[in-house]
Design a protein around this ligand. Sequence first.
Ligand SMILES: [Zn+2]
Length: 241
Amino acid sequence: MTATSAPAARLRDASVLVVGAGALGCAAANTLAAAGIGHLTLVDHDRVELSNLHRQLLHQEADIGRLKVDSARASLDARHPGVEIRTVAARLTPDNAASLFGTHACVIDATDGLDTKFMLNDEAIRLRRPLIHGGVVRLLGQLMTVLPCESACYRCLFGAPPNAADVPSCQEAGVLGPLAITIGTLQAAEAIRLVTGRGRLLTNRLLTYDALRGRWRAVKLRRNHACGACGSCGASAAALL
Ligand SMILES: [Zn+2]
């Protein structure tokens, strides 16, 4: 292996897009920066609030009211000055997904809304960009990696967003802070595996953690030929369910 292809060099040359600068995004971005990632882009339109400071480790009380991406960048700059950080204070939508995805090696889904998670998944499939999904509600956390048209996607597994009235928001349901930080950190570890080409990705597996019972599970997944996002794409379609 040449020096330029060593894991540290691959990390230094890589860029990762983190969508969401809340609990998951703060943990993922901080871990990636500490690991030596070269470039991070943070996308979030929201502002820092007192109610979720306990789980958003890049924001402090003095940042309340500030854009989360600005607060996160300030913390990252102070801790990891060698990392190039770009911030975008906007919602990621189908209209700006292509320009925001750009040439990033992968996209980390650190959002907290189910509609947004489905949209991010669909854009990752459309733009053929690896997606590292993470989610936490109450005491349950989960993550998986989607290699578009190669492995099962979020929509293969969950089909369509549930009726919004049937699902409590993170604000309503609550989130266990350390659990969200754990899942975000694991998303970063997954991005590091992906960028360096080392180890086994969480593809075709959904890793879940039940913080009430202290139980990890890895649920096997397969692509769904009827999936509205990836059902008709990829050379491996014949091998689908
Ligand atoms: Zn799918």
